[in-house]
Design a protein around this ligand. Structure first.
Ligand SMILES: *Cc1c(COP(=O)(O)O)cnc(C)c1O
Length: 514
């Protein structure tokens, strides 16, 4: 052994006898410390949330970046109190608070207590839901919720699925399985899993409406098909996929020797909340033998609504479905699922590793979720929905979602009466797309005005709203998910929009431009 190796070893022996900082390990000895310190964290959250008077302070990226300059990650603070004080400064003081009634921007819901309480349990126990031998009862909790969701959708007795990190991952799984389902049907091909893509892979197509979620494009790229594989299908006046346009696209595929492997119907588009005509799309998919995936990341919450469940009619025909519990089931991020009609189709994501989930274990009937998942180590997110259903029940969730759907309708009525606003659509769910449209402005000016208004609102922090483009024009968007938001909150935001809009009209930049 060289002298330096000997020194290294001596140093290692020295560290073994020196006391380690194991006082920060969660275990029986520190359960009390965990409780005390967790209480301080909870207390901090209680104090912060109690003091929030607007959804955001309006801090800019530059403002926040400046706070990080002096922090040296190699100089630990040693204990909780100063670390929490620092965290307040760099994060909590300027966090975006989704629970605030005037946060109406993206599909971020306020979350229910049972979901948060579940986090307080699942984090310290830290089960990993990849194999039964790392999760035990946790596996059955996840599986029960998959079965429950599949049953609410009406997928039938052979359905199965798995929790995922979000709709993006669920959509990726759907398209991967649709691609490999097609691969498995080829006579001269041993399946994509073993052989990679078939020779004519460039002919494969994924059809989704022109406003379907961008995760379709991302997935197509990841799956080796490229954006070129995503074929947009035109929408009708209500931003729903037009079945006639889908039929034409399918015929076009035949004529051009292209191979449609999946149709993605969206049940709740991100911008409009529009629900594609599921029955008609399903009939076309059946006639052409094409995989039907329903992206219900947003609309999935309707599964809990007695009053509006019928809007999802036809979803039961899907071959696979995406549901995001962290959107319309009021769960903390992440909490989402991917479901299939035929459990056998999940074999396309299965890999048997000797050390983890050997084939013999599956044959013996051990329920290892990893056999159905893209992830290996996997959070026990299912516990959040579990505790929510066990404490509140599905009806309570459905009623919360109904409240915001009704609110969107009321806000629509209000806004259409306003002479200076243009509203695009009577909301099919809980978003409202509109723009501030005072008379006498050109399209370019309207774009500038609406961008200005949104930025001004965001800087003031008095409300957080979203923006989008429709036919190239800038629009503003309310995404309503908070049952605590009142019509008065929305009319107050509208007043602020008008206020900032008038200020734009008098701004020096505008005066210089005109
Ligand atoms: C939000 C959304 C997604 C993506 O879900 P994430 O959970 O954000 O990954 C996919 N599809 C639709 C229609 C969505 O609204």
């Amino acid at each position: 052994m060289t002298s330096s190796r000997l020194e290294e070893r001596g140093a290692a022996l020295g560290t073994l006898s020196a006391p380690l900082a194991t006082d920060q390990l969660f275990n029986a000895r520190h359960a009390e410390a965990y409780w005390q310190q967790a209480t301080r964290c909870i207390d901090l959250v209680r104090r912060k949330v109690g003091g929030v008077d607007r959804p955001f302070t309006g801090a800019s990226p530059e403002d926040l970046k400046g706070l990080f300059g002096t922090i040296d990650l190699d100089a630990p603070l040693g204990e909780l109190r100063p670390a929490l004080e620092e965290l307040e400064r760099v994060y909590l003081d300027d966090a975006v608070y989704f629970h605030h009634p005037r946060y109406v921007a993206h599909l971020n819901c306020p979350i229910v207590l049972p979901g948060i309480l579940a986090e307080a349990i699942l984090s310290p126990i830290n089960s990993s839901l990849d194999t039964f031998d790392q999760s035990a009862g946790g596996t059955f909790i996840e599986q029960s919720l998959i079965d429950w969701t599949a049953s609410r959708i009406g997928l039938g007795r052979d359905a199965d699925g798995v929790f995922t990190s979000g709709g993006t991952q669920s959509n990726l799984m759907a398209l991967m399985i649709a691609r490999d389902h097609h691969g498995a049907s080829l006579v001269d091909h041993g399946g994509n899993k073993h052989e990679g893509l078939p020779a004519d892979y460039r002919r494969l197509r994924i059809l989704g409406s022109e406003i379907s979620h961008f995760s379709l494009q991302k997935s197509a790229a990841i799956l080796g098909l490229g954006y070129q594989a995503v074929m947009p299908v035109a929408c009708d006046d209500h931003y729903r996929m037009d079945p006639a346009a889908l039929k034409a696209r399918l015929e076009e595929c035949l004529a051009r020797d292209l191979i449609p492997i999946a149709v993605v119907a969206t049940a709740g588009t991100t911008d409009f909340g529009s629900i594609d005509p599921l029955e008609e799309i399903a009939a076309l998919c059946r006639a052409h033998g094409i995989w039907l995936h329903v992206d219900a990341a947003y609309g999935g919450g309707l599964l809990c609504s007695r009053r509006y469940r019928h809007r999802l009619a036809g979803i039961e025909h899907a071959d696979s479905v995406t549901v995001d519990y962290h959107k319309t089931f009021f769960q903390p991020v992440s909490c989402s699922a991917f479901l299939v009609r035929r459990r056998r189709d999940l074999r396309h994501v299965t890999y048997h590793a000797d050390y983890l989930n050997p084939l013999c274990q599956a044959e013996a009937g051990t329920p290892d979720q990893v056999n159905k998942s893209l992830q290996t180590t996997k959070r026990f997110d299912a516990l959040k929905l579990w505790l929510t259903l066990r404490i509140m029940g599905a009806d309570a969730l459905g009623e919360m979602f109904e409240r915001v759907i009704d609110l969107a309708g009321e806000a629509h009525a209000e806004l259409t009466r306003h002479p200076e606003f243009e509203v695009l659509l009577d909301p099919p769910m809980s978003t409202l797309v509109f723009r501030y449209h005072p008379a006498g402005l050109s399209e370019a000016e309207l774009d500038e005005l609406n961008a200005y208004v949104r930025a001004a609102l965001s800087r003031s922090g008095e409300a957080v709203i979203a923006a989008t483009r429709v036919d190239g024009k800038r629009y503003l968007k309310f995404t309503l998910l908070n049952p605590d938001t009142r019509l008065e909150d929305l009319t107050a935001i509208v007043e602020r929009i008008v206020h900032h809009g008038r200020a734009w009209g008098q701004s020096p930049a505008r005066a210089a431009a005109s």
